[in-house]
Design a protein around this ligand. Sequence first.
Ligand code: SF4
Ligand code: ZN
Length: 365
Amino acid sequence: MPAPQCASCGKARAALRRPRSGQALCGACFCAAFEAEVLHTVVAGRLLPPGAVVAVGASGGKDSTVLAHVLRELAPRLGVSLQLVAVDEGIGGYRDAALAAVRRQAARWELPLTIVAYADLFGGWTMDAVARSTAGSGRSRSCCTFCGVLRRRALEEGARLVGATHVVTGHNADDMAETVLMNFLRGDAGRLARGGGLGSAGEGGALPRCRPLQLASQKEVVLYAHFRRLDYFSEECVYAPEAFRGHARHLLKLLEAARPSAVLDLVHSAERLALAPAARPPPAGACSRCGALASRALCQACALLDGLDRGRPRLAIGKGRRGRDEVGPAAAAAVVAASGTPQEEEREQVQPPARKEAVPAVLTF
Ligand code: SF4
Ligand code: ZN
């Protein structure tokens, strides 16, 4: 059966059906619609004010590549300027190739690029060194959790280095739904209640952060990259197979097959959750070492590095952590529907591992 006419322009043949709506569109109309939806997310959420200097967390992967490309298209209308900031975690055989993709993008799009490295920022610690250190501690499966905390700090440092006023990351709707699921599966009511919203306002002196692709599906991000012929790096990080996120991802695929709206339903559910007043911990203070917002004497990043330096790597995050993150059954039961999602450093979810994605089968007619 021949492909139908594009439902938007009515001139070209449709090249895809949009995964959510089933609308048949040509490639150009799909890309225009995708960009308009991201523009709406940014404007309606007041994420990036005119004049903002925006640090785009660039990993070379498809999400950050699509984010940088779309924001570059939208920048004149938003009145913002862009800086690419990439983080070199020190992962042999993986990050070098990914950074090469970021360099190509920066050159092609004529965007300034700054690369910050874990080794320079964190006293010589690279992710490979962290993985070796945690290998005998029973924490070897937690590389992504360590990496997520350090990456967030590194991106903040890089953004400050280039004079950015805002930070954006490429998390899409599937990433966010996976995070919500993980928090459910861990019984982590505190993170569940704090994980909604499109970003953080920048409490405790941190730069405001947002996720302009948070409502865009994984499939459409891949389709946009395909139709715009974007050059991105698609290999999986060597530590990704060990991540708990993989199980959440698998579960989400099963849920989505049974209920196509499952991804967005999960994202929106998190926006409406908050801890009941009685379950809220005392206000966070400042890290005694770096001054970042912290629930204990040290912030997550400093506690983590402290443990590594002492040869006792530990995760300073998670349910077992006393204080803000320690949420017992009573507190868990006290999660109630409410508005507002206060943010702070330790509330950020870890960076989702890169994933390989083929162009979805929705392309075929
Ligand atoms: Fe870090 Fe991502 Fe690799 Fe995990 S998958 S170790 S978060 S780069
Ligand atoms: Zn600190």
